[in-house]
Unconditional design. Structure first.
Length: 271
């Protein structure tokens, strides 16, 4: 699925109850609001739109309703990938009410020296007049998140000092079998990011499944892919919001194919 077909939102309109509960899930830090939201939008719940760098002309995408546009550079293996993008594309994306981030491959976050990565990306972001750095689809087991927190802390401190924001899109595994550990590590992760996005869909490639849910509202009891339902992601975010003092912006991702297809299972899609 192309990145331009995804949106990460703090609400799911077809499910009013979920949207109502998510109303309380927003960043509480006024400094973060000024840094990570456009002027006049400080109290707007984020709608984060992910855009493929293969989209090269303004007519191919819309900026309507988006508070943030994340330009995905995940096909490039290096942290200087943003140098491959023309300044004209950045200008086409940028708007007075929109913050623009670039997303690098998740393995860059996991395998690079955190201090060097923070220094190099901050300089490139400032040079391109961008607002923040994102890592999407970072797939980690619950036990791996502790090590990830140390890398995030280094990045977060450096980017914040430069007036930039850090977004993490997290794909969790083992989330059902280790609930107590998950509560703690999610709280630790949330302390070191400005925007935390929990994937509520499976972003991987073809699997042994003959058919896969795009996104589901209720947790699937038996699946050949690690499905995280909207209600599951929502429960995690509510926990973070209720137990953390400095709450980042909390979002979950939804695959937009849920608005095109309906499931014939008791779980159903988010339709």
């Amino acid at each position: 699925m192309d990145d331009s077909s995804q949106r990460h939102s703090a609400s799911v309109p077809p499910r009013r109850e979920a949207a109502r509960e998510l109303a309380v899930l927003s960043g509480t830090d006024s400094e973060r609001r000024r840094r990570c939201l456009s002027p006049g939008k400080e109290f707007t719940r984020p709608l984060i739109c992910v855009l493929s760098d293969r989209v090269s002309t303004p007519r191919n995408f819309t900026k309507r309703h988006c508070t943030h546009i994340v330009l995905s550079l995940r096909r490039y293996p290096r942290d200087d990938a943003m140098q491959n993008i023309s300044p004209g594309l950045y200008q086409a994306i940028r708007g007075p009410d929109i913050q623009v981030f670039v997303a690098l491959r998740g393995d860059i976050l996991l395998n690079s020296d955190a201090e060097q990565l923070a220094e190099s990306t901050a300089a490139l972001l400032r040079g391109a007049q961008l607002d923040g750095l994102a890592f999407l689809y970072v797939s980690q087991s619950v036990l791996q998140l502790g090590k990830l927190c140390l890398r995030l802390q280094t990045l977060y401190v450096s980017l914040k000092a430069s007036g930039l924001c850090l977004l993490l899109g997290l794909q969790l595994s083992e989330h059902i079998t280790r609930p107590r550990i998950l509560d703690k590590v999610l709280r630790d992760v949330s302390k070191n990011v400005d925007i935390l996005v929990l994937n509520s869909h499976y972003p991987g490639g073809p699997s042994t499944c003959r058919a896969m849910h795009a996104s589901v509202f209720q947790q699937v009891t038996d699946s050949c892919v690690p499905v995280v339902a909207v209600e599951t992601a929502l429960s995690w975010l509510k926990f973070v919001a209720s137990t953390s003092i400095d709450v980042p912006f909390l979002c979950f991702s939804v695959d937009l194919r849920v608005f095109r297809y309906s499931g014939r299972t008791p779980q159903g899609v988010c339709d």
